[in-house]
Design a protein around this ligand. Structure first.
Ligand SMILES: *[C@@H]1O[C@H](CO)[C@@H](O)[C@H](O)[C@H]1NC(C)=O
Ligand SMILES: *[C@@H]1O[C@H](CO)[C@@H](O)[C@H](O)[C@H]1NC(C)=O
Ligand SMILES: *[C@@H]1O[C@H](CO)[C@@H](O)[C@H](O)[C@H]1NC(C)=O
Ligand SMILES: *[C@@H]1O[C@H](CO)[C@@H](O)[C@H](O)[C@H]1NC(C)=O
Ligand SMILES: *[C@@H]1O[C@H](CO)[C@@H](O)[C@H](O)[C@H]1NC(C)=O
Length: 375
């Protein structure tokens, strides 16, 4: 009996086992397919198709033409500044929906005079497609100031050509000098805008950007000065970006009371008023809504929310020197920093605010330059 029983068990269990193995294999294959689809879905949500294609096809393609220079004459003393001169600051911009929504948001301002872009212009090396998109939203003569980011460096001469062509159409090239997007400066309606590219080009690795800033800031006079570049020091952004610029470029701008605007990390962060930057970072004044610049103190603002992606806050300890932030963990979206200089006719003040395509205003502050010497 016992023998018979165990045989029966054996006879039944063999086909049962086969059937189960088959199911396991099937579900294994289904699981693999599922994971594969999830991976594809994740990758394509992070990097749209164009970026993946570019990465696959164009990795080693580089334009070796010489960099383009512009040889205009910036105003030594500032031009008259119109009331509410409105400048939008973005970086890490894309060619897809979020960028269009962002450009639309910027365009919906009651007044908009220029756009300043701190690098990473489209991620797919398509300067003409970028121009096309900008023209669609702002027109072909709208002034746009751009510098190079790490995703632009392979085709920078081509970007330079589109930047210069636009400057010529808008007539602002007469007031710009330098290597376009690498080390150039422009004066525009009373503002000094200097853009550099520390940490971007191997060829310009040892270019003395700090000395360039010092020379330009001594040569040209205005109480309103903007320093713009792409990369950061680790402590001057919310994510995992490394020290890639050195503090010298920051400190040269702070010394002259120039606002510092960068990108690279895909979030927004704005410091309190800072006197000088070195580790550990020390804050000069903690008034987060009224910032009184002097030659010796200014603010650092990162806005990499140009419509490519939105990153979270990857440093657990919220650094005590940030006055305001916008990032994925607090449901941030593509955003533009907008500043109105000569605000309501007060030459010494600018109203700045961050506008998010979903939430509207997320940060607002006044910049005051009363204490910056005129010359
Ligand atoms: C632009 O200026 C840089 C540095 O001064 C120089 O190396 C480069 O050759 C210039 N480019 C052209 C097209 O003249
Ligand atoms: C910030 O400064 C302004 C202007 O001096 C002042 O009215 C305001 O009370 C200050 N805010 C804080 C929190 O100190
Ligand atoms: C700030 O300006 C004053 C007056 O022009 C000047 O004496 C001083 O050296 C300047 N400080 C810096 C750090 O440039
Ligand atoms: C987080 O930020 C603090 C304050 O700036 C800094 O000391 C620390 O090194 C950062 N940690 C990481 C993991 O980035
Ligand atoms: C300047 O901008 C403010 C805020 O948008 C607005 O209330 C004011 O009317 C503007 N002033 C002028 C002269 O356009």
């Amino acid at each position: 009996m016992t023998d018979h029983n165990s045989k029966t068990v054996a006879i039944y269990s063999v086909p049962k086992l086969r059937c189960c193995q088959l199911t396991h294999r099937k579900s294994f294959i289904i699981a693999i397919c599922f994971i594969f689809i999830l991976c594809i879905k994740y990758v394509s949500s992070q990097y749209p198709l164009l970026v993946i294609l570019k990465w696959l096809l164009m990795q080693h393609n580089v334009d070796h033409s010489p960099f383009l220079n512009v040889t205009g004459k910036p105003d030594v003393f500032p031009d008259r500044m119109p009331i509410n001169l409105t400048i939008a600051y973005v970086a890490d911009t894309s060619l897809w929906k979020e960028a269009s929504l962002l450009y639309n948001l910027i365009r919906s301002e009651s007044q908009i005079d220029a756009l300043v872009v701190s690098g990473d212009l489209d991620y797919v090396d398509q300067p003409l497609a970028r121009e096309h998109l900008l023209t669609k939203y702002f027109g072909s003569k709208f002034p746009i100031f751009s510098c190079a980011g790490n995703h632009d460096h392979n085709f920078w001469p081509k970007y330079q050509q589109t930047i210069l062509d636009r400057w010529k159409r808008s007539g602002i090239h007469h007031k710009c000098s330098g290597i376009i997007g690498v080390a150039h400066m422009c004066t525009y309606k009373g503002l000094i805008i200097i853009q550099i590219a520390p940490g971007i080009f191997e060829k310009y690795r040892f270019y003395d950007y700090s000395q360039y800033l010092e020379n330009q800031l001594n040569l040209y006079h205005s109480q309103w000065k903007i320093c713009s570049w792409h990369k950061n020091q680790h402590n001057m952004q919310l994510g995992n970006k490394q020290d890639e610029t050195g503090y010298d470029v920051y400190n040269t701008c702070l010394k002259h009371g120039a606002m510092i605007i960068t990108g690279h990390e895909h979030s927004y962060s704005r410091t309190y008023l800072m006197k000088g930057l070195h580790d550990p970072i020390e804050v000069l004044s903690r008034n987060s809504t009224y910032i009184q610049l002097s030659n010796g103190s200014s603010v650092v603002i990162v806005n990499g929310l140009g419509g490519f992606s939105v990153s979270g806050y990857t440093n657990n300890s919220i650094a005590p020197y940030w006055a305001s932030v916008n990032h994925a963990n607090i449901n941030g979206h593509a955003s533009a920093l907008i500043c109105k200089y000569n605000f309501n006719g007060n030459m010494k003040q600018a109203l700045c605010y961050l506008k998010d395509i979903v939430h509207g205003k997320r940060d607002q502050f006044i910049i005051d330059v009363t204490n910056i010497p005129m010359s």
